[in-house]
Design a protein around this ligand. Structure first.
Ligand code: NAP
Length: 328
């Protein structure tokens, strides 16, 4: 079968599409024929060994997927060959088939297309966990989303709106902001052209934001922290800018506010039941159309360079997919 392989850690040019042996379903596992695999920003890092998760080469990138069950290993119950499923693995999905523990798969509801299902687990799973369990966000609160047109950013705009927040989307271009408005942002700030702190002060009548969702890092983090309301929460999601900010801690004292870390992969391992609840909610919202899971583009496996460079080059809106097998 065909697989995109990272043979050694390094730049995207190192990757290659190869023929590899198809996987066999071990006890408790299912083999899934992959229709779509979704990419995330961390795929641009994992192939270079610059991400917290460091698989040994050779491996395939792409941490989430959708498709149909092809084979069931011994001892698997409650799943049938041919069923539409989705799942997340961290890495390893950019290939025609994957073997995975059957209890890591979720059934895709009839009303949800397989392409949207492929990109639902990680960005939306991270965001519902961040806003529900970490921020404990309440209806009527102000939610500021940095990098609001990216994968997790768009998820925060959409889930924030559903949870009843007033969403202020922040991004680096007016096109990206128009996109975020289309999916639920009430207000927007172009942080490449405007002063984030001054605009947030004006938009909140001097009160500040209740929750900041920060997948970007760098200088924006400190500006956002300085813009929090009393008892506000800054959610540390990631560092797409490449820079981890080190803000002065007296800022938390002055606002009685919190900096709260979010690590979805670890949450899934440590709190599987809460995670399952979150996923059921996401699937209901996605099936009803309340979540867009907007797809920026679908690439063939052979177009891996274009796909990963678009993400690293800050050009994508929402999710980027590999189209791998049949979507029927
Ligand atoms: N904590 C967790 O559990 C968790 C889970 C999933 C993802 N993450 C992290 O969240 C971050 C975003 O992931 P994603 O998949 O949503 O990424 P994405 O779709 O590529 O979006 C990232 C956004 O960051 C902004 N950005 C600023 N500087 C950038 C740069 N130098 N290069 C690329 N983008 C830049 C861009 O928006 P503007 O151009 O508008 O600034 C872009 O839209 C990553 O750091 C990822 O590792 C964390």
């Amino acid at each position: 079968m065909k697989a995109l392989i990272c043979p050694s850690l390094g730049p995207v040019e190192n990757l290659e599409v190869r023929d590899v042996e198809p996987p066999v379903a071990g006890p408790g596992e299912a083999v899934v024929e992959i229709a779509y695999a979704a990419l995330n920003f961390f795929d641009t890092l994992i192939i270079e060994g610059k991400y917290q998760l460091k698989p040994e080469p050779p491996f395939s990138p792409a941490g989430e997927f959708s498709g149909r069950v092809a084979v069931l290993g011994p001892g698997v119950e409650g799943l049938a060959v041919g069923e539409r499923v989705m799942g997340s693995t961290g890495y390893g999905a950019a290939r025609e088939r994957i073997a995975i523990a059957a209890n890591r798969l979720a059934r895709v509801p009839d009303g949800l297309p397989l392409d949207k299902a492929a990109g639902l687990s990680i960005a939306y799973g991270t965001t519902i966990h961040a806003l529900r369990q970490r921020a404990e966000m309440k209806p009527g609160e102000t939610l500021v989303v940095l990098g609001a047109s990216g994968g997790v950013g768009l998820a925060a705009v959409e889930i924030g709106k559903i949870m009843g927040a007033r969403v202020i989307a922040c991004a680096s271009s007016d096109d990206k902001l128009a996109f975020a408005r289309r999916y639920g942002a009430a207000e927007t700030i172009n942080y490449a052209a405007e002063d984030l702190r001054a605009r947030l002060k004006a938009l909140t009548d001097g009160k500040g934001a209740d929750v900041v969702y920060d997948p970007v890092g760098g200088a924006l983090t400190e500006s956002a922290l300085r813009s929090l309301a009393w008892k506000g929460r800054l959610l540390v999601i990631g560092f797409a800018s490449g820079e981890i900010s080190r803000p002065p801690l007296n800022l938390t004292l002055l606002r009685g506010c919190d900096i709260r870390g979010v690590y979805w992969g670890e949450f899934v391992n440590r709190e599987p039941e809460v995670h399952r609840d979150n996923m059921s909610q996401l699937l209901r919202w996605a099936e009803s159309g309340a979540l867009s899971v907007h797809i920026h583009a679908k690439f063939a496996l052979e177009e891996y360079q274009k796909a990963l460079e678009a993400i690293a080059g800050r050009q994508t809106l929402g999710k980027t997919l590999f189209k791998i097998g049949a979507d029927t």
